[in-house]
Design a protein around this ligand. Structure first.
Ligand code: B12
Length: 210
């Protein structure tokens, strides 16, 4: 069933709803379904890089993946941990990729966080305005493009300029990023997947409340 989901994503998405429903009906773990969709997208990315696929194919597979992910997300159980931090989340300016952001955001909501998702192509000014407005504890930024990674540093520098840097923890993520990059730009943390991301955010809130 998981192989089928992966193949459907690679083959531009026809039948994705039925395949995800089938997996959900058979109680396949949500994490495994997300992995199958991600593996499909990885292959699509590879084919695009090798010029076997073009932008139109990237779009079709991306839309199918979004559809599949959106079907899964409401099933994430809310943890009864009582932790309630506030997160402002967005994909940075210049980047429209939002599938990974949506997954991480849903895991945070499932863990009891209030998440303000600002969408894609978010500017430093918009992040700052939202942090102030919602009195956020955490800023989460995503990017999948190498040429927009540096904008994350601009956002962190802007936070310093307006005196907000010590008020929020900053977590960054996305395919081309690394722990080293996060350290270099002055972020507080990096996570490679939604599970590590929610654990790190929970840890920060616990520390803050101690
Ligand atoms: C689908 C897709 C698209 C879709 C996006 C649809 C959407 N709504 O998001 C569309 C068609 C729009 C698209 C457009 C483009 N794309 Co594109 N796209 C992809 C593809 C195939 C999959 C991305 C994806 O969703 N992966 C699945 C998710 C679940 O993984 P993820 O995003 O990495 O997220 C996980 C982690 O990284 C982490 N995470 C993510 N964010 C965050 C944030 C935080 C805080 C934390 C803690 C963790 C975290 O958790 C997530 C869950 O595990 C990738 C290839 C790939 N393998 O990544 C190329 C890819 C990212 N795209 C690429 C390119 C070049 C483009 C375009 C420039 C193409 C063009 N010529 O126009 C445009 C960019 C337009 C723009 N300005 O942004 C390149 C980037 C190359 C580079 N090094 O910069 C890639 C790598 C393809 C390739 N191999 O060449 N794309």
């Amino acid at each position: 069933m998981l192989e089928k989901i992966k193949k459907i994503i690679i083959d531009f998405g026809d039948g994705i709803e039925e395949a995800v429903n089938e997996a959900l009906d058979n109680n396949i773990e949500i994490g495994k379904i997300i992995d199958a969709i991600s593996e499909g997208l990885d292959k699509v990315g590879e084919l695009y890089e090798n010029r076997e696929y073009f932008l139109s194919e990237l779009i079709l597979s991306g839309e199918a993946a979004k559809k599949g992910i959106e079907m899964i997300l409401p099933r994430l159980n809310k943890e009864k941990s009582g932790i309630k931090g506030t997160v402002v989340f967005g994909t940075v300016k210049g980047d429209v990729h939002d599938i990974g952001k949506t997954i991480v955001s849903a895991f945070l909501i499932g863990a009891g966080f209030i998440v303000y998702d600002l969408g894609v192509e978010v500017t430093a000014e918009q992040f700052i305005e939202a942090i102030k407005k919602h009195n956020a504890d955490i800023l989460a930024m995503s990017t999948l493009l190498t040429n927009t990674m540096s904008y994350m540093k601009e956002v962190i520098d802007a936070l310093k300029e307006v005196g907000l840097r010590d008020k929020v923890k900053v977590i960054v993520g996305g395919r081309p990023l690394s722990k080293e990059f996060a350290e270099q730009i002055g972020a507080d943390g990096f996570a490679i997947n939604p599970f590590d991301a929610k654990e790190l955010c929970k840890k920060w809130i616990k520390e803050k409340n101690q």
